[in-house]
Ligand binder design. Structure first.
Ligand SMILES: [Mn+2]
Length: 300
C-alpha cells in the first residue's frame, strides 16, 4: 500500500509538552531559574533521586499557584524552568562541573538559581558555581544527616561528605546545619566544634533554629540547601536515606518562612527519590516547598 504524501498543514499537534514546573514562564531571562540536576551516582542505600526533578514537576500541577501564608502567587514571581541538565551516568566530577557551570551562569546574570535534585552531592557543584560570583557566602543546610564525613568508604566526593567539602570551600564557620539528627561521633564532634551546628532539639522547633541561623547570617549572601530527609519519613518516605524522628512538613515550612528576609543567592532541594515514594507524598511536599521558596525568595 502506498501512503499519501504527508501534508505539513495537517501536522498532529504536539500532545506531549515537556513537563514544566507549575506556572513556569517562557522567558529565559526571568529573575529566577529553576533547573533539574538529576545526579544519582554516590547514593549508598536506595537509588532513584535521578527521577526527582521530573516527578516534582509532574505533581506540581496539582498545587495552587497561590500561597495563602505568603499572600502571593506565582504570577507575581516570573521564573523560567530550564529543564534537566544532561549528566553522564557515573561521571561524578564531570557532573559536578556541569552543575557548577549552570549555576554560575545564572548567578553571573543576576538570576536566582533553584536547583532540583538529585542526590545531595550536587550542592558542592552548585556552591562552587555561586562562589565564582559571590564571595563571603554562608550556607544554610536543612538535613537529617550531618554529611560531614571526610571520606565515605575512601571516596571524598559523596552525598555523605558533601557538607564537609562545602565547609572547606566557604569556611566551616559559614555553614549553618539545621535539624541534624544522624551522623557518626566524629561528624558530631566536627559539627559541634567547627560549623554552626543546630541539631534537632527534642521539643524545640525548626523555626526557632532557622531564626537563630537567620540572625547570625544577617545581610551576608546565603545559599540554602534543603535535604528532604530533614522531614520525618512518615511524611516524606520517598528519600534515599530515611531517618526517623524528623520534623513535620508544617514545621519545615515555618522554618523556610523564617529565612524570608535573608539575601538568598541560590537554593537547592535534594534527595527526593520517587521510586521509594508512597502516593507521591514526598514529591508533592517537595513541589510545595519549591513553590513557597519561589514566592519567598524570588520576589525581589
Ligand atoms: Mn543530606
Amino acid at each position: 500500500m502506498t501512503r499519501p504524501a504527508i501534508r505539513e498543514e495537517a501536522a498532529v499537534p504536539a500532545f506531549i509538552r515537556r513537563e514544566q514546573f507549575l506556572a513556569a514562564g517562557d522567558d529565559p531571562n526571568a529573575q529566577v531559574v529553576l533547573m533539574g540536576a538529576p545526579l544519582d551516582v554516590t547514593t549508598s542505600f536506595r537509588p532513584g533521586t535521578r527521577f526527582g526533578p521530573a516527578r516534582i514537576r509532574a505533581v506540581s500541577d496539582g498545587l495552587e499557584e497561590f500561597s495563602p501564608v505568603l499572600d502571593r502567587e506565582l504570577a507575581d514571581v516570573p521564573f523560567y524552568d530550564a529543564g534537566d541538565m544532561d549528566l553522564a551516568p557515573g561521571r561524578v566530577r564531570e557532573s559536578l562541573s556541569a552543575i557548577e557551570e549552570a549555576v554560575a551562569a545564572a548567578v553571573g546574570r543576576g538570576q536566582l538559581p533553584v536547583v532540583l535534585g538529585g542526590e545531595h552531592l550536587l550542592t558542592l557543584g552548585a556552591v562552587r558555581g555561586v562562589l565564582r560570583h559571590v564571595p563571603d557566602l554562608a550556607v544554610i543546610q536543612f538535613d537529617a544527616h550531618a554529611d560531614l564525613r571526610d571520606d565515605y568508604l575512601g571516596e571524598k566526593l559523596s552525598h555523605a561528605t558533601v557538607m564537609r567539602r562545602v565547609a572547606e570551600l566557604i569556611g566551616p564557620g559559614r555553614l549553618y546545619q539545621l535539624g541534624i539528627r544522624s551522623g557518626t561521633a566524629d561528624e558530631f564532634r566536627f559539627g559541634s566544634a567547627q560549623t554552626n551546628f543546630y541539631p534537632l532539639p527534642l521539643g524545640g522547633t525548626m523555626a526557632e533554629l532557622a531564626e537563630r541561623a537567620a540572625a547570625a547570617v544577617g545581610s551576608r549572601p546565603v545559599y540554602i540547601t534543603l535535604d528532604i530527609d530533614v522531614v520525618d519519613p512518615g511524611f516524606a518516605p520517598g528519600t534515599g536515606t530515611p531517618e526517623p524522628g524528623g520534623v513535620t512538613p508544617g514545621q519545615l515550612l515555618q522554618a523556610v518562612y523564617a529565612l524570608s528576609e535573608l539575601n538568598v543567592v541560590g537554593i537547592d532541594l535534594v534527595e527526593v527519590c520517587p521510586p521509594q515514594d508512597v502516593s507521591d507524598v514526598t514529591s508533592v511536599l517537595a513541589a510545595k516547598i519549591v513553590r513557597e521558596a519561589l514566592l519567598c525568595f524570588g520576589a525581589r
